[in-house]
Design a binder for this molecule. Structure first.
Ligand SMILES: [Zn+2]
Length: 190
C-alpha cells in the first residue's frame, strides 16, 4: 500500500506541475480491492505527504485519519459500477474545462483508441461534491474512460493510475489543439 500511496502522490505532483489542477482543486484515487486511497479535501495536490492520503471503504467510511476529497462519492460510485476501473483522476484542466464552460463539444482525436463516438461524453452541471453529480457521472461515463463535467472539469478512469493521469494529459492536449484550430478557423485571412 505504501508504494501505491507514493504513486498517487507522484501523479498529483505531475498533474499539478502540468497545470491540470491548481489551488486546492482536483482529486485522485486508486482502488485496492475494497479499499480506495484518495486525496484529501481542502489541500493542494502540489505537496501532499503520504499521511495526507485517506483510505476509505466502499461505503465512504474513513479507515485512516483525515478527510477524503469532497468528490469521494463520485469516485466510489464509479468503482462500484466499473469493476475494470482501478484509478480515477479528476482535473480542472484549463482548456478542457474551457470547452466544458462553452457550448462547444470536445472531439475525440487520434489516440483515444477505437472511435465509437466522435465526441467525448459529457454530463450537465451538478453541484460539485453532490450525490447528484456522483450519480450522473456514473451514467454519463458508461463504459468510456473520459467524461467532461459541464461547467466543472474532467474525469479520466483507467485500470492503472499512471494511465489515468496520461489520459488526463492527453485530453488537455486535445482540447488545446481544438481551441487553437477553432481560433485559426475563426480569423479572416489577410
Ligand atoms: Zn472538481
Amino acid at each position: 500500500m505504501k508504494k501505491n500511496v507514493a504513486e498517487i502522490i507522484s501523479v498529483c505532483n505531475e498533474i499539478y506541475d502540468k497545470g491540470l489542477v491548481s489551488g486546492k482543486a482536483g482529486n485522485v484515487s486508486a482502488r485496492f480491492g475494497n479499499v480506495v486511497a484518495i486525496t484529501p479535501t481542502l489541500k493542494s495536490l502540489s505537496n501532499l505527504d503520504e499521511e495526507d492520503i485517506v483510505l476509505v471503504n466502499m461505503d465512504a467510511e474513513e479507515l485512516t485519519k483525515g478527510k477524503p476529497s469532497s468528490e469521494v462519492n463520485m469516485h466510489l460510485e464509479i468503482y462500484k459500477k466499473r469493476s475494470d476501473v482501478k484509478a480515477i483522476v479528476h482535473t480542472h484542466s484549463p482548456y478542457a474545462t474551457g470547452f466544458a464552460f462553452s457550448d462547444k463539444k470536445l472531439k475525440r482525436l487520434e489516440g483515444f483508441g477505437e472511435i465509437k463516438n466522435p465526441y467525448l461524453p459529457f454530463i450537465e452541471y451538478e453541484k460539485p461534491g453532490s450525490n447528484e453529480l456522483a450519480k450522473s457521472a456514473v451514467e454519463g461515463l458508461g463504459d468510456e474512460d473520459v467524461l467532461i463535467l459541464k461547467n466543472h472539469g474532467v474525469v479520466c478512469v483507467s485500470d492503472e493510475l499512471k494511465e489515468a493521469m496520461l489520459l488526463a494529459v492527453f485530453v488537455e492536449e486535445t482540447a488545446k489543439t481544438q481551441f487553437i484550430s477553432l481560433m485559426l478557423n475563426s480569423t479572416e485571412d489577410d
